[in-house]
Design a protein around this ligand. Structure first.
Ligand SMILES: C[S@@+](CC[C@H](N)C(=O)[O-])C[C@H]1O[C@@H](n2cnc3c(N)ncnc32)[C@H](O)[C@@H]1O
Length: 236
């Protein structure tokens, strides 16, 4: 299945590709040092919700995102964002100049969170902060849930293990069930609306089956199994 296409369609109405309410997103950016004149590096920027919000708060943003459709959408509402339509590449940006680095749902872009932390630190200036959003297990995942996610138990830590692996945490919160419900519900509804309008599309049958499976896995397992943590981390 073309997962990138599925994700692009199903996220068409989301503000962020992560379970968080707008008002909390703004507060997280503020705590992470986003303010007028701040320089922000957004790694795995998605369709630019965070970048647009940071620009609204007065920051200058450099955003790396390989999905061209996401970048196109991001360009439409964050005109001053400097978009890099490619995988994150440290050679394309100066190091040590950023007040804030965002790594939200995108630790794979740095080879995993543990491998990525030194890179984030290298990009931050002294006194800078990173906002990291990453998954964790609230409880041991069922085998059937892992099967739908295509994941292994080792792929994510518990919240305790996650916090133990990240030094200099200045602030911590987790996504609420309501934020998850909104994120997954919108993902489901946007795909259902697209399927209603595109029944003859070459991907329609596969997308419907995948959406059915994904949403059932969410209410059956995901709601009490998968967590999403938000950590603001100080530069060393
Ligand atoms: C879960 S989404 C999160 C998007 C955004 N941070 C947000 O919260 O709205 C992860 C994003 O990382 C992007 N990505 C994947 N590999 C990447 C890489 N090597 N470098 C930069 N971005 C990458 C994906 O295309 C996707 O848009």
């Amino acid at each position: 299945m073309d997962r990138r296409r599925f994700s692009t369609i199903a996220h068409a109405q989301h503000e962020f590709a992560a379970p968080i309410a707008s008002v909390r997103a703004r507060e997280l950016l503020r705590v992470a040092g986003v303010c007028p004149g701040a320089r922000v590096l957004d790694i795995g920027a998605g369709f630019g919700g965070w970048a647009a919000l940071a620009v609204e708060m007065g920051a200058e943003v450099v955003a790396f995102e390989p999905n061209p459709e996401f970048v196109e959408r991001g360009r439409a509402f964050g005109s001053t964002v400097k978009w890099m339509n490619c995988n994150y590449d440290a050679d394309l940006v100066a190091s040590g100049i950023f007040d804030t680095v965002l790594l939200i749902g995108a630790s794979h872009a740095l080879g995993g969170l543990e491998a990525g932390l030194p890179e984030i630190d290298r990009m931050l200036k002294s006194g800078g902060r990173a906002l990291i959003g990453d998954g964790y297990w609230q409880r041991d995942p069922d085998a059937a849930y892992l099967d739908v996610l295509g994941a292994t138990p080792e792929e994510m830590p518990t919240l305790t293990a996650l916090c133990e692996s990240v030094p200099r945490i200045a602030y911590l919160t987790t996504s609420t069930t309501a934020e998850w419900d909104h994120y997954e519900g919108l993902y489901r509804n946007t795909m259902l609306a697209w399927l209603a309008d595109n029944a003859a599309d070459v991907d329609a049958e596969e997308f419907r089956a995948y959406s059915d499976r994904w949403f059932e896995a969410y209410w059956r397992y995901g709601r009490d199994t998968l967590g999403f943590a938000w950590l603001v981390v100080e530069a060393s």
